[in-house]
Design a protein around this ligand. Structure first.
Ligand SMILES: C[S@@+](CC[C@H](N)C(=O)[O-])C[C@H]1O[C@@H](n2cnc3c(N)ncnc32)[C@H](O)[C@@H]1O
Length: 226
């Protein structure tokens, strides 16, 4: 969750979704998603990095449907969590990190099949670096729902919510920006001013470079490419 105040446009469906679907959704992001989906510049794919148990994925499909957006939604996650060393258990429980990972992955699939069944995204089981390498090479891959998806080409919007370290967030930005169309959008989770996440440094650098314009801070940063 970010710092400061923000506009929260949660509505009935979003509240019910958040009751049932575990996840980390900064409610201010709803305003950004709504804004973007009203204004997507092209029909090129929308990308999400870091899907966890599908909460933001399901929010994205909701707004895409609301505004009749036919762009493909392609998400990536490998469900490899920080601090989850193989062969160790989750704290003092008897649950292994392998089992926890499998649970999170299965829960993602179940949540997304349930809430976005009529507008299923493509979810690729890769870290963002591998994902963008595959994207760059125009690979055809099988998603976690067992469907083939063709990667490659321009991107109209990316929601960046994977690894929040400076190096990883910067790589996500650079890789995305290489594919992002002019007028395309970028939203960085946990980027609010005053937040401790290293992604804030990436955001400061983007602002300083001047090739993208800040369109919303609610409190996370939404940029448009000039
Ligand atoms: C903060 S959570 C995402 C929350 C999610 N968007 C939601 O709505 O609940 C971060 C997710 O990013 C994934 N992740 C971490 N590093 C990643 C990377 N390099 N590429 C893709 N996903 C990554 C993790 O497995 C985790 O599921």
């Amino acid at each position: 969750m970010g710092h400061g105040t923000w506009i929260d446009i949660s509505e009935e469906y979003i509240n019910w979704l958040c009751f049932a679907n575990a996840g980390m959704l900064s409610r201010g992001n709803l305003y950004c998603f709504d804004y973007v989906m009203r204004r997507l510049p092209t029909e090129d794919p929308v990308v999400e990095i870091g899907s966890f148990m599908g909460l933001s994925t399901n929010v994205l499909t909701f707004y895409m449907q609301r505004y009749g957006r036919r762009n493909r939604l392609i998400t990536c996650d490998k469900w490899v969590f920080e601090g989850a060393e193989p062969g160790t258990t989750v704290g003092d429980s008897s649950i292994s990190h392998e089992a926890y990972r499998a649970f999170a992955r299965e829960t993602f699939i179940r949540n997304v099949r349930f809430f976005s069944g009529n507008r299923l995204p493509h979810t690729v089981e890769m870290l963002s670096d591998e994902f963008y390498n595959a994207w760059r090479s125009g690979r055809r891959v099988t998603d976690v729902f067992g469907r083939e998806v063709q990667l490659g080409g321009p991107i109209s919007f990316c929601y960046i919510d994977g690894n929040h370290s400076y190096e990883a967030a910067k790589a996500d930005f650079q890789n995305t920006d290489e594919m992002l169309v002019r007028g395309g959008f970028l939203l960085f989770d946990d980027s609010a001013d005053g937040s401790e996440w290293e992604v804030c440094r990436v955001v400061r650098e983007i602002k300083a470079a001047g090739r993208h314009e800040v369109v919303i801070r609610n409190p996370n940063y939404l940029f448009v490419k000039k």
